[in-house]
Design a binder for this molecule. Structure first.
Ligand code: ASP
Length: 336
């Protein structure tokens, strides 16, 4: 593989229960992102530019919980998180809680390339992005009916899916954990549980990069920041180990230092990329109560996408230009 993307962990889309338009929309979204990143690589571009291009496509696609289509906070706003990391020198950039930049991943890249900092949050991050020429939008740009319905659902008394950082049940449901059960749910309900996006790539120079972008959890507290903009939790890239982008219950992925632990297991224990990613996702994070998954790629193009959640939308591009997308549970069953 040269490039892979994910469109979030959650309850699985089930073949036969998912309407064909929904299936097509997810597959086309993932494939468009892979094409965009693949074009960059084919033209000789670097892996950072490739993951940024792929994630931008997913941010602009309202099917996914990033950029347009981001989930709502508990006060019916949108606060977005994103990060990017370069494997050649461990340079990294991230933004948290931005409310006006159209493509948070591009803001993250600018933080990496034009500041002496790694993570900018809130208004300062939005201002920085605007001053550096990134398109800004008003909050209504991110609005979608699907996410609005999910917020109302989460606010119903006794509902699962409350994104309050204190709400244990809510966390599980918001990423569509097993707690929500499987039988008889509509595709709409499944969809609400998906959508954080990420990409990992290796370029011709065999440099790795990873990026992740999200609207976070439905009904999250205002000011809540998840794992996606936290380097070492949601995103990590190091040339001699792997590029990793995570999705799942952010609080657990932060506590378990998810992405960097994949790298450490490779560096210090000599595991291959698939074994390291499996160990983190299925053993360590699951033991902490965190469902989700990662996409992980090493510089030889070895790729894996383990997940403990029922489903994880993802896809990859091979060096020969073949695109594969996986959206149904039977295409990518949970790892155990
Ligand atoms: N990890 C994201 C967060 O906690 C959510 C997700 O991946 O679905 O913000």
């Amino acid at each position: 593989m040269v490039l892979a993307v994910h469109g979030g962990a959650g309850t699985a889309l089930v073949r036969g229960e998912t309407d064909p338009r929904t299936e097509r929309a997810y597959r086309e979204g993932l494939a468009a992102a892979l094409r965009a990143g693949g074009d960059v690589l084919r033209r000789g571009g670097g892996s950072v530019a490739a993951v940024e291009a792929a994630v931008r496509v997913l941010e602009d696609d309202e099917m996914f919980n990033a950029g347009r289509g981001a989930v709502f906070t508990e006060d019916a706003g949108h606060e977005l998180d994103a990060s990017v990391m370069r494997g050649s020198d461990l340079a990294a950039g991230a933004v948290a809680g931005v409310r006006n930049v159209r493509n948070p991943v591009s803001a993250a890249r600018l933080v990496m390339e034009r500041t002496r900092h790694v993570l900018l949050a809130g208004e300062g991050a939005d201002d920085f992005a605007a001053r550096n020429g990134l398109p800004t939008v008003t909050q209504d740009y991110y609005w979608t009916q699907k996410r609005w319905d999910a917020l109302l659902e989460a606010k119903k008394p006794g509902a699962r899916g409350g994104g309050s950082a204190a709400g244990g049940e809510g966390k599980a449901a918001a990423v569509g954990g097993k707690a929500a059960g499987r039988g008889g749910r509509s595709a709409g309900r499944d969809e609400q549980a998906m959508g954080t996006v990420g990409a990992v790539a290796v370029d011709r120079a065999r440099d790795l990069a990873a990026a992740t972008s999200t609207g976070g959890l439905t009904n999250k507290m205002v000011g809540r920041v998840g794992d996606s903009p936290v380097i070492g939790a949601g995103t990590y890239a190091r040339n001699d180990t792997a590029a990793v982008s995570a999705t799942g219950q952010g609080e657990v992925f932060i506590r378990g230092a998810a992405a960097v632990t994949v790298s450490h297991l490779m560096e210090f224990r000599g595991l291959d990329v698939a074994s390291a990613a499996y160990e983190v996702v299925v053993r360590r994070l699951a033991a902490l109560g965190g469902l989700g998954g990662v996409i992980a790629l090493d510089r030889d193009g070895v790729f894996d996408a383990p997940h403990s959640s029922e489903g994880m939308l993802h896809g990859y591009l091979t060096r020969d230009g073949e695109i594969v997308t996986k959206v149904f549970r039977d295409e990518s069953p949970p790892d155990q």
